[in-house]
Design a binder for this molecule. Structure first.
Ligand code: URA
Length: 199
C-alpha cells in the first residue's frame, strides 16, 4: 500500500482529519455533501468498520445514522451494552459512492491509508468488520462474507471479527441470530458478560 507523504507524522485523529482535508484523491469527492470521517471514542477498545456512507451519512457527515445505523446502534447498545460514544465507528471509504453502489477498487485503495492510520491511532483491541466490502478490503481477499463471518481474523495485529452488514439484516432479519453469535464472541474476548438471552 502506498502511503501519502506526511501521513505517518499525523499523531491523532483530528490531525488525520485535517490531513485528509477537502479530499479529491479519488472520484467520490464529486458526489459528496460531507466527507464522513468517523465518530466515537478515539481510544475505543472496539472499532466498527463499515463500507461507505449512504445518503443519510453523506447529509449528516456521520457514519451509520440511517436505517442500517439504527441496527448497528441496537447491536452496540442493546446487544453489547455500550453506547455509540464508547466505540469507534468508521467506513472503508469516507465519501458516498453514487446511488449506494459498492466502492470501486481504486476508491478503496485511495482511502485505505486513512483507514489504516485510523486503526493505528485508535489502537482498538477488537475490530468488527461489517459486511463483505469491509472484510474483503481489510483482509485483501475475495472470499464471501458468509464464509468469513464468525471466525477471528487479524488486521494490523488486531483481532478482527467479520459479520453481516446491518443493511443486509434489514433484508434478512432471520440472520440477526448469526450476527448475535458473532457479537457474543466479541464480548467474550472483551471480557464482557454475555447475557443468556438478548436484551
Ligand atoms: N452503511 C455503511 O457501510 N456505512 C455507513 O456509514 C452507513 C451505511
Amino acid at each position: 500500500m502506498e502511503r501519502y507523504p506526511g501521513l505517518e507524522k499525523v499523531t491523532d485523529l483530528s490531525g488525520l482529519r485535517a490531513f485528509i482535508g477537502d479530499c479529491r484523491r479519488c472520484k467520490l469527492w464529486q458526489g459528496r455533501t460531507n466527507l464522513v470521517f468517523g465518530t466515537g471514542n478515539p481510544q475505543a477498545e472496539l472499532m466498527f468498520v463499515g463500507e461507505g456512507p449512504g445518503a443519510d451519512e453523506d447529509a449528516r457527515g456521520e457514519p451509520f445514522v440511517g436505517r442500517a445505523g439504527q441496527i448497528l446502534t441496537d447491536i452496540i447498545e442493546r446487544g453489547i451494552g455500550l453506547g455509540r460514544a464508547d466505540v469507534y465507528i468508521c467506513n472503508v471509504v469516507k465519501c458516498r459512492p453514487p446511488g449506494n453502489r459498492n466502492p470501486e477498487p481504486d476508491e478503496v485503495a485511495a482511502c485505505e491509508p486513512f483507514l489504516m492510520r485510523q486503526i493505528e491511532l485508535v489502537r482498538p483491541k477488537i475490530i468488527v468488520a461489517l459486511g463483505s466490502v469491509a472484510v474483503q478490503s481489510l483482509l485483501k481477499v475475495k472470499t464471501p462474507i458468509s464464509r468469513l463471518r464468525g471466525e477471528w481474523h487479524e488486521v494490523h495485529g488486531v483481532p478482527m471479527m467479520p459479520t453481516f452488514h446491518p443493511a443486509y439484516l434489514l433484508r434478512n432479519p432471520a440472520d440477526k441470530r448469526l450476527v448475535w453469535a458473532d457479537i457474543q464472541k466479541v464480548m467474550k474476548l472483551m471480557g464482557r458478560e454475555v447475557p443468556k438471552r438478548r436484551r
